[in-house]
Design a protein. Structure first.
Length: 256
């Protein structure tokens, strides 16, 4: 029976059991329960497990070094679900102390399984939103990596920070404007669209794009921004027409 096949009360009881069992493992130097939850076929049980690790870390009930030591061992698992959940657990820790878990993402970024690499992207998003300075400094190391998938994953990973603070990631995105790989450029265009529809963000993005040299890519990005204002019309601060009018009036002007 899956997590969401349970009633709300049963789900709450299960989450409490997961937290208690994981805490017991940490307290007794074991991994039996943790491994069982991390390898579960149900996405939501694995999520409850990595959130439990983050909660235990936040509550300071167990030394951070002990938690990280256990996660280090789990990252060596042959099971991709265990490695994936381990990366997500490290991401919970990295929201407040990225330096202690940075090595998980250095390794996970090159994992053979896409689900583990996707966990890196998701973790960069949530850590970058809460703890941007060290996370974005880490991301800079990989902007020009020889592997196009690494560059694409980094571009995608920093997106969430940019939705509220586009100025924080635009200098990094700018470095990718001449990337030779279509897959990377398409992700870059997608991210530019995603960071341009909240309050005050279109102005910041257009102002930055005025300084970019790859005009062909910028034109595609502006088209994506206009389209996003239609697709996300219930969430965008401007209507599509207002976005078009703003771009027509301000793109091509000198950066302010």
């Amino acid at each position: 029976m899956g997590f969401y096949d349970l009633s709300k009360g049963e789900r709450e009881e299960l989450v409490s059991t997961i937290e208690s069992n994981i805490l017991d493992d940490f307290q007794n130097g074991l991994t039996e329960h943790i491994h069982s939850f991390f390898s579960n076929q149900d996405t939501y049980i694995r999520k409850a497990a990595y959130l439990a690790v983050g909660k235990i870390y936040k509550d300071n009930g167990i030394a951070a070094t002990e938690i990280i030591s256990v996660l280090d061992k789990l990252l060596e698992s042959e099971l991709e679900k265990v490695r994936q959940t381990t990366i997500n657990a490290a991401g919970e820790l990295g929201k407040t102390n990225f330096e202690n878990v940075e090595h998980f993402f250095d390794k996970g970024l090159f994992d053979e399984h896409h689900s583990v690499r996707n966990a890196v992207i998701g973790s960069i998003k949530k850590m970058g939103e809460k703890n941007p300075v060290p996370v974005l400094n880490w991301a800079k190391k990989y902007l020009h990596h020889p592997d196009k998938e690494v560059r694409r994953e980094i571009c995608h990973g920093i997106e969430l920070r940019g939705r509220k603070h586009p100025q924080d990631i635009l200098p990094l995105l700018k470095q990718l404007q001449h990337d030779p790989t279509a897959r990377v450029k398409n992700t870059l265009i997608h991210v530019l669209g995603q960071i341009a529809y909240k309050k005050g963000c279109l102005e910041t993005v257009v102002n930055a794009l005025n300084t970019w040299k790859n005009k062909e890519l910028v034109e595609k990005a502006l088209d994506e921004i206009v389209d996003v204002h239609h697709r996300y019309k219930n969430f965008a601060v401007l209507t599509q027409k207002q976005a078009i009018d703003y771009i027509d009036e301000n793109y091509g002007q000198k950066s302010k």
